[in-house]
Design a protein around this ligand. Structure first.
Ligand SMILES: [Zn+2]
Ligand SMILES: [Zn+2]
Length: 124
């Protein structure tokens, strides 16, 4: 049995996927809801961030010539990075080519606490 769609905090089913203002897809716990009046989360505050698949670009890495990929970070920031780079989970360090290019409208002001933002639309 898959537990992919169950909240790891409370075991309730997760709500359908919603898209944040920055284009990230998230799933909230169905046992939690956003109260627009008090501007607080009620109930379970678990949020699952869905993986954004990198898009391979028709551009070459200036460092090594491998194709670049477009990635969107957890906070909706876009960057181009080298397709040969990856993350070594054991050593906790980046491997491969380290070329990264942030895409223009990167604004650090917007990247605080997006996971606590209210959902875009009313839930009920
Ligand atoms: Zn939950
Ligand atoms: Zn490279």
């Amino acid at each position: 049995m898959s537990t992919d769609n169950l909240c790891p905090k409370c075991g309730a089913p997760l709500s359908p996927v919603t898209t944040t203002s920055t284009g990230r897809e998230i799933q909230r716990c169905s046992a939690g809801s956003w109260d627009p009046q008090s501007r607080k989360n009620i109930g379970c505050d678990y949020v699952k961030w869905l993986e954004v698949k990198p898009v391979t670009l028709d551009e070459k890495c200036p460092k090594c010539g491998a194709p670049l990929v477009l990635q969107v970070t957890r906070f909706g920031k876009k960057m181009k990075k080298c397709s040969t780079s990856s993350w070594d989970k054991v050593k906790k360090q980046a491997t491969g080519c380290d070329y990264v290019e942030w895409i223009n409208n990167y604004s650090p002001k917007q990247d605080t606490g997006e996971e606590f933002l209210p959902p875009e639309e009313d839930q009920g």
